[in-house]
Design a protein around this ligand. Structure first.
Ligand SMILES: Nc1ncnc2c1ncn2[C@@H]1O[C@H](COP(=O)(O)OP(=O)(O)OP(=O)(O)O)[C@@H](O)[C@H]1O
Ligand SMILES: [Mg+2]
Length: 342
């Protein structure tokens, strides 16, 4: 296997803050690899070192076989980069935006027009190339930015949060194009995301990064298999003057219900081998200490569970993710069944 990106003990410090802490990873040729981590985990800093925009404090990295420190020009000639923040001029048309960048990349004049048409066709924007970017949707803007990253005919494409802030349908379309590029151009793609469902579905391999350190790495299916248990989720009934989160957690810990216990408000999640069989006993144990169970459910582990196992918290916990109506219904049904059994 050819390693197209390789980081060895890569470190970046900013005034005493270690943003990236001895990162070791490699991405193989043609692979779609994702860095997953919460805000401030060090994803963008890692990418910026790999694309020679930031100098590592220590360690080494090779991209397309060239050293990012000593052969930066060679690296730059072989990469495309789509930054996390949008950098489009909305007062210009799509074609005009790309022309500016094509000149910046030093593309020969005669090649600029055909190249722009080619990359716009790839992301299905060729028919809209003379529209003002101000009139583009969020998903179209992101596709335009990806096409811009393709102007220099890269071997490796770095996509920092390609779908951040897009609605689910636009996210899906953007991923379709990313897969098309991976396949048709035999591109190696290193990307970052906050969306674990997307990482699970779209990426060949992922690394979970937290506070600058890689906590786990592998194929999403393998990481889930290694988790090795079912996930039981339950909601504890609220009572006036009930336990605080910490009290509730220590009470539940003493019951030894399972592993990887996390408590957020009254929502409890834990890992249990053979979760379905264990549910009646779990409910019985909880009720024996005077707590009520409002709802309970069991499911196979997701990448989100793997993430919590390694980092101790959810990737978007701060954003106050809400359960969908479907999840609520499933929980209520499971609860009714349990009541009949106990
Ligand atoms: N130029 C800089 N100067 C000082 N500190 C920085 C600089 N760039 C990043 N940092 C810090 O390094 C840490 C990692 O930042 P980074 O942007 O790599 O995180 P991230 O994983 O990309 O986060 P996000 O998901 O929010 O994009 C953060 O604490 C950030 O504040
Ligand atoms: Mg970032």
């Amino acid at each position: 296997m050819v390693k197209t990106v390789e980081a060895i003990d890569l470190v970046k410090q900013f005034d005493g803050l270690t943003a990236v802490d001895k990162v070791n990873m490699s991405v193989e040729k043609g692979e779609l690899f994702g860095l997953l981590g919460p805000n401030g985990a060090g994803k963008t800093t890692t990418i910026k070192m790999l694309i020679t925009l930031l100098k590592p404090t220590s360690g080494k990295a090779l991209v397309a076989g060239f050293d990012v420190l000593t052969e930066a020009d060679e690296v730059r000639r072989r990469i495309g980069y789509v930054p996390q923040e949008s950098a489009l001029d909305v007062r210009l048309t799509a074609a005009e935006n790309l022309e500016l960048f094509a000149e910046l990349y030093g593309l020969p004049k005669s090649e600029i027009k055909p190249r722009i048409n080619e990359v716009l066709e790839l992301v299905d924007l060729d028919k809209r190339k003379n529209d003002l970017v101000a009139h583009y949707s969020g998903g179209m803007k992101r596709r335009l930015e990806i096409s811009r990253g393709l102007l220099p005919t890269p071997q490796v494409l770095f996509l920092d949060e390609p779908t951040l802030g897009l609605d689910p349908q636009s996210r899906r379309v953007v991923w379709e194009f990313i897969h098309k590029l991976q396949k048709d151009w035999d591109l190696t793609i290193l990307t970052t995301t906050h969306y674990l469902d997307e990482a699970e579905r779209e990426m060949d391999r992922v690394a979970i990064i937290d506070k600058g350190t890689i906590m786990a790495m592998g194929r999403p299916e393998d990481l889930k298999t290694e988790f090795g248990k079912d996930v039981v989720e339950l909601v504890i009934k609220s009572t006036d003057g009930g336990d605080s989160g910490e009290q509730l957690k220590s009470k539940l810990l003493s019951l030894e219900l399972g592993t990887d216990l996390s408590v957020s408000d009254r929502k409890v999640r834990l890992g249990v081998p053979n979760g379905k069989t264990a549910l009646p006993l779990i409910m019985h144990k909880i009720e024996s200490v005077g707590l009520g169970v409002e709802s309970i459910s069991v499911r196979s582990p997701s990448l989100d569970d793997v993430f919590i196992k390694y980092t101790g918290r959810g990737i978007r916990e701060d954003e106050g993710a809400q359960d969908s109506e479907d999840t609520k219904k499933q929980r209520a049904m499971m609860m009714a069944r349990m009541r009949r059994r106990v």
